[in-house]
Design a protein around this ligand. Structure first.
Ligand code: MRU
Length: 336
């Protein structure tokens, strides 16, 4: 059962965490107006939270996957079959971000050693997440400083790749935190990110919280902003990167990369190594999650299209490697 708790009983600053036998997570469906925590005690409630994007963002999904296996190991001690069965249901709850299966698989590897060992692995995944995101984004900030001479910088980002999409700190927004710390940010343009508005709701929330100047723009205005010379660099996160450097990320990323190439604006992807899927050569093998038509045919739950209107609503797109200036991880700057 998911219980709502107010900010006063918040036990963690992390987006997703473990608290006395349960998973606690910031309810991202309620932001920006309501900051509340979910307390998740079953894997079914975890899957529900993931599917409705209360927990979202590739690295946060990896952490949630590992914690979900810890929950299962605690609930079914010695029942490896049930744990593995439910862990598989969890791993496929969202198919595109490879981190979810990565987190599940990592925690399952400790199953033979008992519930405590599984939890220890899951908690290690959480600790690592902030460390690798700080490293990757620091390296990306240095790269942008060398690629772009203008100061202060004007960045454009898409969806939310901040602390809310990770356990803490963020990837693309992590770059902003590094650059802002040295006074190198003039502003950030945050794509609103149709249809679920992760940019307008979550990225704007994080930028406001950090005191970084920003403006929200409709996704369709991004190319115009570039053509008007308002953007020095595009910085985004990723849900899966293939061996050849194709990048799956929130729908609308590919058109940004096309516009960036047209206007000679660097296009930088920041992600932990856990987002790189070495089992896949190129994007043809990535499963793109298709979501409910109602997300497009209604706005804030108000219908805006004729009853029953069909919709094409892929949650992610693929940016081909040749449009990517660099993919930056905690280990490398990769120019595919
Ligand atoms: O559907 P979402 O909100 O989970 O999509 C998230 C994204 O596309 C992010 O850009 C990606 O997961 C990277 S987050 C560091």
């Amino acid at each position: 059962m998911i219980a709502k708790t107010g900010g006063a009983t918040r036990t963690t600053d992390r987006t997703v965490d473990w608290d006395r036998g349960a998973i606690v997570a910031i309810d991202q469906c309620a932001l920006p107006h309501d900051y509340r925590m979910l307390r998740i005690e079953t894997v079914d409630d975890l899957i529900d939270a993931i599917v409705r994007l209360a927990i979202r963002g590739a690295p946060a999904l990896g952490a949630a996957g590992a914690l979900g296996v810890a929950l299962l190991a605690q609930q079914y001690p010695g029942d490896v079959t049930t744990v593995r069965h439910d862990a598989e249901r969890l791993a496929v709850a969202r198919p595109t971000a490879v981190n979810l299966r990565w987190g599940v698989t990592r925690a399952l590897a400790a199953l033979d050693r008992g519930p405590r060992a599984v939890l220890d692995v899951a908690l290690a995944v959480l600790d690592e997440d902030e460390r690798v995101n700080r490293q990757a984004s620091g390296r990306a900030a240095d790269l942008i400083r060398t690629l772009v001479p203008r100061r202060p910088l004007r960045l454009l980002t898409h969806c939310n790749a901040g602390r809310l999409a990770t356990v803490a700190w963020g990837t693309a927004l992590g770059v902003v935190w590094h650059l802002a710390a040295t006074g190198d940010i003039e502003y950030v343009l945050a794509d609103e990110t149709r249809p679920l508005l992760q940019g307008a709701r979550l990225t704007a929330y994080e930028l406001a919280e950090a005191g970084v100047p920003y403006r929200i723009l409709p996704d369709s205005a991004a190319a115009t902003a570039m053509s008007l010379g308002m953007v020095d660099c595009v910085v985004v996160g990723a849900d899966r990167v293939t061996r050849n450097g194709d990048v799956a990320n929130k729908i609308g990323t590919y058109p940004l990369a096309l516009a960036a190439a047209r206007h000679d604006v660097p296009f930088i992807v920041v992600a932990p190594e856990s987002t790189v899927d070495n089992t896949i050569t190129d994007a043809r093998d990535i499963v793109i999650e298709q979501r409910d038509a109602a997300e497009v045919t209604s706005f804030a739950s108000v219908p805006v299209a004729p009853d029953g209107a069909p919709a094409f609503n892929p949650a992610f797109d693929v940016t081909p490697a040749d449009l990517v200036t660099a993919i930056v991880t905690e280990d490398r700057v990769w120019r595919p």
